[in-house]
Design a binder for this molecule. Structure first.
Ligand SMILES: Nc1nc2c(ncn2[C@@H]2O[C@@H]3COP(=O)(O)O[C@H]4[C@@H](O)[C@H](n5cnc6c(=O)[nH]c(N)nc65)O[C@@H]4COP(=O)(O)O[C@H]3[C@H]2O)c(=O)[nH]1
Length: 486
């Protein structure tokens, strides 16, 4: 489930930081080079607020500077691997409490909202990540009840308690588990029998279960059938959201975004049906439909702007399927566009099988397409994959753009992503830019490309063509006027 995956990701970053800091000899505990090292770790760890050096229960220096030692006091408990855990550490005067995990002389400082901030949940529902062996909550959102952490919780359990339907999953890598609870009023027709069928699905279906419990309960049984029917009835179409060069305001590309309008006129958002299609295996058919639609639309766009790039979202199942390169090659062949016009957008979920992802990316890049890591920083992997995979762009998720300059938990993340991209010589595309201030801030941080409602929402192919024509016309007219003036 998403809460567990995000917490595992946090644990990966704590473990990676601890491996590095615990190698620094005591004599250099807070030397300039150690503080630099901590800053670099901080920058590359999207889920850690800061990292510090521990001496007993005191943070003696940290990536935030060499402030006076901060005594964290008695830890709340000790984890299974002798980690010390403070669940409500006050680090900066009367500011908000942080979760601090101490491993040897390393302290990972975690904003208590961050690991769950990527997890969608319905109003009234509760989510928590907890230490499995001690049943101690680490991070909590919503009306969580300690009594849910019963001692006999087999992973994959779904049970009812105090008016809630609760699902439990356990990490296979860390001593952590997570709980998602939705009020039974939302699940009145979600029968005990259905739950009993779902239980054996277990961890592998954790994501499905979490989605089921949070937003999609009504549709669980009918959605896969509805998708199949939707495909048969050609109910899907593409919209294109312009990607803008921040400095010039020019539209240099667009991301293809799938839309589903059912026969009865109901629109179903991709966030709703794509995860279910991924879980139930119909995503490959959906992608083939996207490729057909693209084959129809792309030639008109490329005709007017030959260097235009079109962002194509591929799911993990697409990237892992050897036929995907052949499928995309068919689009290039039948539409007359070039591979250079394609930007393959893949989320970090595709990197769980890094070998297959690397093969697919190499294959696409050798033909001229470029690769973007979509929703960078919200995913499931550490950063190690960036060294192994050939990619060209990092796309900053709208969550991080929306908090830019707000002083909230995630407000520094966009800046960190930009630093990482610079270090790795990758380009950045900022998603979800909604205001002029955000665009300016991103521009001043060195981001060149952006998309978002500030520039334009997703457009039909015809509306995008119109936009490209008028930009093209504007430039031609500008050149003519300049020539006359000269
Ligand atoms: N709040 C806000 N939102 C903005 C703004 N500008 C754009 N958006 C929305 O942000 C999403 C960006 O797409 P994404 O991160 O690739 O996220 C996409 C992508 O992961 C997936 N998706 C969409 N089309 C496809 C597809 O053809 N294939 C696959 N596999 N996934 C797709 O569904 C996700 C959601 O797509 P959409 O609902 O179209 O939502 C789109 C877009 O409409 C803004 O300024 N503010």
């Amino acid at each position: 489930m998403a809460a567990l995956a995000s917490s595992e990701n946090t644990a990966d970053q704590v473990q990676a930081g601890s491996d590095i800091i615990n190698k620094v000899p005591a004599a250099a505990a807070c030397s300039d080079s150690t503080v630099d090292l901590m800053r670099n770790l901080d920058l590359s760890s999207t889920l850690l607020q800061a990292v510090g050096r521990l001496d007993g229960t005191r943070i003696v220096c940290s990536s935030l500077g060499r402030s006076l030692p901060i005594d964290l006091g008695k830890p709340d408990f000790m984890g299974e691997t002798k980690s010390l855990i403070w669940t409500h550490a006050r680090l900066f005067g009367h500011g908000q409490p942080y979760l601090v995990i101490g491993l040897g002389s390393f302290a990972g400082i975690i904003h208590r909202d961050l690991p769950l901030s990527f997890v969608d949940s319905a109003p009234g529902s509760a989510i928590s990540t907890f230490t499995w062996s001690q049943r101690q909550p680490l991070v909590v959102r919503g009306p969580f009840q300690r009594s849910w952490l019963r001692t006999d919780l087999p992973p994959g359990t779904v049970f009812r308690s105090n008016g809630y339907l609760i699902s439990v999953t356990r990490s296979s890598r860390y001593d952590i588990g997570s709980i998602a609870a939705v009020p039974l009023t939302d699940t009145a027709h979600f029968s005990r029998e259905t739950a009993a069928i779902l239980v054996p699905i277990g961890l592998a279906a954790g994501l499905m279960l979490s989605l089921l419990l949070s937003r999609f309960i009504r549709d669980f049984t009918s959605m896969p059938a509805m998708i199949r029917n939707g495909l048969k009835r050609q109910e899907f179409h593409l919209l294109y959201q312009p990607v803008i060069d921040i400095a010039t305001g020019r539209t240099i590309g667009a991301e293809a975004l799938l839309r589903w309008r059912r026969r009865n006129g109901e629109m179903i958002a991709p966030d709703h049906f794509i995860p279910i299609a991924e879980e139930t295996g119909s995503i490959r058919q959906i992608t083939r439909r996207v490729l057909e639609l693209l084959t129809d639309d792309a030639p008109r766009l490329i005709d007017i702007a030959p260097d235009f790039h079109i962002g194509l979202n591929l799911s993990a199942a697409d990237i892992h399927c050897p036929a995907i390169v052949r499928d995309v090659t068919a689009v290039v062949k039948h539409s007359g566009i070039k591979f250079e016009n394609l930007l393959i957008e893949a989320t970090e979920r595709s990197f769980v099988d890094a070998g297959k992802a690397a093969d697919a990316f190499r294959n696409f890049r050798s033909r001229g397409a470029r690769i973007a890591v979509d929703d960078f920083g919200t995913g499931y992997s550490g950063l190690g994959y960036l060294a192994q995979l050939e990619v060209d762009y990092l796309k900053i998720d709208k969550l991080f753009v929306s908090t830019l300059g707000t002083g909230s938990a995630t407000s520094q993340v966009a800046q960190r992503i930009i630093e990482i991209a610079k270090d790795l010589q990758l380009q950045v595309i900022a998603e979800g830019v909604e205001t002029e201030d955000q665009a300016k801030m991103l521009g001043s941080l060195g981001v060149e490309l952006a998309q978002g409602y500030y520039y334009s929402g997703p457009l039909t192919a015809s509306a995008l063509l119109e936009r490209l024509r008028s930009e093209h016309h504007g430039r031609t007219r500008h050149r003519q006027l300049s020539a006359i003036a000269a």
